[in-house]
Design a protein around this ligand. Structure first.
Ligand code: FRU
Length: 482
C-alpha cells in the first residue's frame, strides 16, 4: 500500500463528511483560497507549471484549530477561481512525523521540485529550542503537481551552523546563474550583554549544483537583534532591487508599527545589507502572515499570504469555526518596486472579471452574497469614511491626511462582534491618502491604500443581512459587485 494512504483516506472522509456544512457557511469566500474543511495556514509551493497555477498550503483537515499533517492543493488558470484537489503530502516518514512544514516549488524542464521541512517533536520534557526537535529539509518531485515521488532527505541537524538552534525551516529555492539556492528561516542561539539568553532570528542560504547536495553559503541576519526567530524567508529580485521577505517573531510592538503578535515584512538588501535598516511591514491589518512569492510565466512577481496569524489571544476568534473551517489565504497580488517602495495590488485578473457597477443609494449598499470592489479616488487627504456592516455591527475605515485607520470599535471602545475580538489598526504613509481600493469577499476585507503602498488584510464575520456598505464624504467612487 502507498505510504501515507491511511492519512489521505482520513482527510478525504472528513472533507466528504463536512462538505455540505462548509459549503453552506455564509462566511465562505468566493475568490480566496480556503480549506475544504478544517484549518489552513501558510501558502506553500506556489508556482505556475505548464500554464496552470498551483497553490499548496499547510492544511489540517482533521482539526479546525490546526496541528497540520498535510499539504493541501488547489489549481487555477486565473488565480481567482480555485479547484480543490486531494492533499499531496502527509506525515509518512520518520523525518516528518510531526509535520510536513512549509516549503516551496521549483519548476524546471517540465518537472516540479518541491522542498519542505520535515518536523519532528520528540515526546518528553524538552524546550523544543535546543532539544527535542529535529528539522529536516526534504525534496519530492512531481510530473503533474499532484503525484509526488518518494522523499529525499537533503539537510539535517548536522548540516546547520553551530549556533543555530533546532528551529530551521521553510526552504525557498530558486535558480540563479546555473546554480540552485535555498534560503531557510532560523533561530540562532545568542546572549545579551547582561548574560541572559536572547536568541536571534536569521536566514541561512545554501547552494547546490544538482538540487540534492547542498552546501552552506552564508547567514543573513541584522546588525542588532531583530526578533528571536525568522520564519518563511523569501529572497527575490524585483525591478532591480534585491528583496528579502521574512517573518520575524519577537519584535516589540510600537504605537503604529508591529501591532500584531508576529510580524511579516520585507527589506531591500540592495539598499542596505542590514535587513532591519529598510524593513517595512507587508500588511497593517490584523490577519496577515507567512507570505510567499513566485514568478509567473509572464514574469510577474506574485505574492500570496496567509490571512491569519499564529498564536493569537484566546479572545481573537474566527466565527467560521462553528461550521468546521478556519482561515483563508489573501488575494494573489502583483508586486512592483518604485523608488524603494514596494506596491502590492491584486492581480490584474481581478480587474478583468465582469464586475457590475452599482450605486450606493443614499450612500448605502447591501451586498449580501456578492463580492464587492470599491474604488475611492481623489481623496487628497480629506477625511473619508467607509462603514462595512451595520451601525451596530461593523467595521469603519477612516482616511485622513496620511493616516488610514481600520476599526471594529464603537463610540464606547467596545469591539464589534463581527471582528471576533479584533479592535483597531492604523498606518501612516509618506504622502496624503489619495485613493482606497477595498475588496470584500464574504468574510475577508483587503484595503489597498494609494495603489498598494499600504495594505490592510482583515477578516470580518457579518451575517448576510448585516452586509451593508456605507460611504461618508467620498466624492469620487466606483462601487462594483460580482
Ligand atoms: C509559519 C509556520 C512555518 C512552519 C509552518 C507550520 O506560520 O510556523 O514556520 O513551517 O507554519 O505549519
Amino acid at each position: 500500500m502507498e505510504k501515507g494512504f491511511d492519512n489521505f483516506q482520513k482527510a478525504k472522509a472528513e472533507e466528504e463528511r463536512m462538505e455540505g456544512t462548509v459549503k453552506s457557511c455564509p462566511f465562505r469566500t468566493g475568490f480566496h483560497i480556503m480549506p475544504p474543511v478544517g484549518w489552513i495556514n501558510d501558502p506553500n509551493g506556489l508556482c505556475q507549471f505548464n500554464g496552470i497555477y498551483h497553490a499548496y498550503f499547510q492544511y489540517s483537515p482533521l482539526n479546525v484549530n490546526g496541528g497540520g499533517g498535510y499539504w493541501g492543493h488547489c489549481t487555477s488558470t486565473d488565480l481567482l477561481h480555485w479547484e480543490y484537489k486531494d492533499p499531496v503530502l502527509t506525515t509518512d516518514i520518520p523525518e516528518d512525523r510531526s509535520g510536513v512544514y512549509s516549503g516551496s516549488a521549483l519548476v524546471e524542464d517540465g518537472r516540479m521540485y518541491v522542498f519542505y521541512t520535515g518536523n519532528v517533536k520528540l515526546a518528553g520534557d524538552y524546550d523544543y529550542i535546543d532539544a527535542g526537535r529535529v528539522s529536516t529539509q526534504i525534496l519530492v518531485e512531481s510530473e503533474d503537481g499532484q503525484h509526488m515521488s518518494g522523499k529525499t532527505k537533503l539537510l539535517g541537524m548536522e548540516d546547520y551552523p553551530e549556533e543555530i538552534t533546532q528551529h530551521v525551516r521553510d526552504p525557498k529555492v530558486w535558480k540563479e546563474d546555473g546554480r540552485y539556492y535555498m534560503i531557510l528561516g532560523a533561530r540562532a542561539r545568542a546572549w545579551a550583554e547582561d548574560g541572559k539568553r536572547r536568541d536571534r532570528g536569521a536566514a541561512l542560504v545554501y547552494v547546490s549544483d544538482d538540487r540534492k547536495k547542498w552546501e552552506f553559503l552564508r547567514k543573513i541576519d541584522s546588525v542588532k537583534p531583530f526578533g528571536y526567530m525568522w520564519e518563511c524567508p523569501d529572497l527575490f529580485e524585483l525591478d532591480g532591487e534585491k528583496v528579502l521577505s521574512f517573518c520575524p517573531q519577537g519584535l516589540e510592538a510600537e504605537e503604529e508599527r508591529f501591532q500584531n503578535i508576529y510580524q511579516s515584512g520585507f527589506s531591500l538588501l540592495s539598499r542596505d545589507a542590514d535587513p532591519e535598516a529598510t524593513f517595512r511591514e507587508w500588511d497593517m491589518g490584523f490577519d496577515f502572515y507567512a507570505p510567499q512569492s513566485f514568478e509567473a510565466e509572464d514574469g510577474r512577481r506574485i505574492l500570496i499570504g496567509w490571512a491569519g496569524m499564529p498564536d493569537t489571544a484566546e479572545t481573537y476568534r474566527n466565527l467560521s469555526v462553528k461550521n468546521g473551517w478556519q482561515h483563508c489565504l489573501t488575494i494573489p497580488c502583483e508586486l512592483e518596486c518604485r523608488e524603494g517602495r514596494i506596491l502590492r495590488m491584486p492581480v490584474r485578473e481581478l480587474f478583468e472579471l465582469e464586475w457590475e457597477e452599482v450605486s450606493a443609494e443614499k450612500e448605502r449598499y447591501c451586498w449580501a452574497e456578492k463580492t464587492v470592489k470599491l474604488d475611492v479616488r481623489g481623496i487628497g487627504g480629506r477625511q473619508t469614511r467607509i462603514r462595512i456592516g451595520t451601525e451596530e455591527n461593523g467595521m469603519t475605515i477612516t482616511a485622513e491626511g496620511n493616516k488610514t485607520e481600520l476599526s471594529f470599535l464603537d463610540r464606547n471602545g467596545k469591539p464589534a462582534v463581527c471582528g471576533g475580538g479584533r479592535d483597531r489598526r492604523v498606518c501612516r504613509i509618506e504622502e496624503a491618502v489619495e485613493n482606497l481600493l477595498i475588496l470584500v469577499d464574504s468574510s475577508i476585507v483587503e484595503l489597498f491604500v494609494n495603489g498598494g503602498e499600504a495594505v490592510f488584510t482583515t477578516r470580518i464575520y457579518l451575517e448576510n443581512e448585516e452586509r451593508e456598505i456605507k460611504l461618508s464624504e467620498c466624492e469620487k467612487y466606483k462601487l462594483e459587485v460580482i
